[in-house]
Write a protein that binds this ligand. Structure first.
Ligand code: MN
Length: 151
């Protein structure tokens, strides 16, 4: 892929995520896959969002299962980020701003969640790279001299 196309995708990912994050209430919840990519993505999101909590989704678990949906209803987070866990059919948690950040083959439409998917891009980004681009989208401009938090 040409360099300028990657740059435009990076900016688009950052802007899309910033829009969802602007609708989050306090204590957003991050759901992340337990593998290396999912953990890295989840760590980047947790570092970039004040007050965010983290729930690692383990082997055999699936966010779209009734078990985890029930857990989400009880947790009632101010927002939801679901990363490296696929894109499946149906809303995960009603009336909660949700970002799904992933690179696997999508198999459905997750309600009105905002989907940031790198699937099919060449080169295909990891979830952690997408998370990094999302975090960059939240950075405030620095007035002087400082390094950006995730620069
Ligand atoms: Mn994974």
């Amino acid at each position: 892929m040409a360099e300028d196309e990657t740059e435009s995708r990076r900016q688009q990912v950052g802007a899309t995520f910033a829009e969802v994050a602007s609708r989050f209430g306090p204590a957003p919840l991050i759901l992340g896959h337990f593998d290396a990519d999912g953990l890295a993505a989840a760590a980047i999101f947790q570092r970039s969002l004040d007050g965010a909590t983290l729930r690692i989704v383990g082997k055999g678990e699936n966010p779209w299962s009734e078990e985890i949906r029930s857990e989400l209803r009880h947790a009632a987070p101010g927002g939801l980020i679901v990363t490296d866990l696929g894109v499946r059919e149906g809303a995960l948690l009603a009336s909660t701003p949700t970002a799904i950040v992933d690179h696997h083959v999508p198999t459905g439409t997750p309600g009105d969640a905002v989907v940031i998917s790198g699937h099919g891009w060449k080169p295909e980004p990891t979830s952690a790279l997408l998370a990094y681009w999302c975090a960059r989208g939240l950075e405030r401009p620095t007035t002087c001299c400082g390094s950006p938090p995730l620069g």
